[in-house]
Design a protein. Sequence first.
Lengths: 305, 222
Amino acid sequence: MKTESALEKILAGGHLAVTSECGPPRGALPEKIKEKAGMLKGYVDAINVTDNQTAVVRMCSLAACILIRQMGLNPVLQMVTRDRNRLAMQSDILGAYSHGIDTMLCLSGDHPYFGDHPMAANVYDLDSIQLVQMVKGMRDEGKFQGGDEILNPPKMFIGAAANPFADPFELRVARLAKKVKAGVDFIQTQCVYNLERFTKWMDGVRDRGLHEQVYILAGITPMKSAGMAKYMKNRVPGMDVPDEVVKRMSGVSKDRQAEEGIKIAVETIEQLKEVEGVRGFHIMAIEWEQKVPEIVERAGLLPRP
Amino acid sequence: MITAERKPIEEILEYLEPYDRILLVGCNECVTVCAAGGRKEVALLSSALQMARMKSGRTLEVREMTLERQCDPEYVEELVNFIDQAGAVLSMACGCGVQEVARRFKDKPVFPAVNTKFMGASERQGVWAERCQGCGDCLLGLTGGICPIARCSKRLLNGPCGGSTDGKCEISPEVDCAWQLIWERLKALGLEKRYEDIISAKDWRTSRDGGPRKIVREDLAS
């Protein structure tokens, strides 16, 4: 074991892991984050906390992670390289670890263009792969990126994202290999709707033996409505929602679409359980956290270890 | 080359409000090539300013000059005989030219007539695109001759990100994904394997982050 991370323990123990996420509120509302995290208690192993997701200002991931940690739950600190340079990121990592946060997800983040401050400077001192390298260096060598020694180095279980659905597809396995080379411990993928493309990607992952070097958690996002399915299909960059899925959502009456979305999510999990190399699920129920327990239960993922 | 675009005339007129006589100075280099501040644009702007002034019931006397290179003290010196008659200088050069004129003529207000944009190349007639950010430590040798710092919206050194779709950047279908271009190029060169070499965190000291930069060539410096 590289860390004290509960997520690492579960994955190393050979269990299918279940993670979920909380988007922090757009205001100084600590109760909001506690309420969201509270819904997930007992149903997931760790809770990702997004970092100014879609480049929109929210309560910082670190503060929200601390609140969740104080509830006795296991937060995953998401960190994007868009908003902070390497000094700020490393000091945040020290702060997080000082509060018992031992798992993080390294991302580049959406471009500010999408958010509520499109006029902001985008930092990108590092990219996500270099962030993985930096966090690993802090953990394994006990050194800051600049080379100085760290007193009591933070032992982070290091995650990153993978999007098997972005282009060019032929590069997507190689890109994962690069993240593995950088030292990533676990991967949470983009939401899976296109199982065919996902399994094709996993074939490539297994061909190179990458599934033995990194834990892969497949991303699941239940859709609330046919409108959401269409929006995700057409408007969200790097999202692959096949026509059949949109049709299936549109094929039921409005009041039953949410249930259909949950059904699709549960079926997807069932099918992904059969894919060798999938070591767990990352359920991102966007502003729909209350549905996570039901999905986890119906997908046969209870009780949690 | 350095590219530029003319500022809106309203902004220029606002700068010139207190003055009745100006020296309008173009440059024969980059801004001529990108049709922003050469002799022709100087003449056009001059007429436009005078007409606008006349509409408001005042006149504006404009002396037009276009220097060989406005970023070079040798050529800026040519303004010396005309500077006193002008209340202000309006420069159509890039920011380097504007600053060189300001440095030489310490008591003369100098205003920019263009927005300096980027270091780029001409893609086709009338279209220029960014190519270089002057990071001071060129890595084109690692990326198939395509710069991710200038051409990836997130300047990712190990791209592409998850937002790359059909060869286009997540910010706009008008923007090529630099990492798709890099990948295609590495493939064409038979260098796909190189893609998996991690480019480590960049030392930005050679870039603007290290403070204003200067080149001193001892063999040439006087």
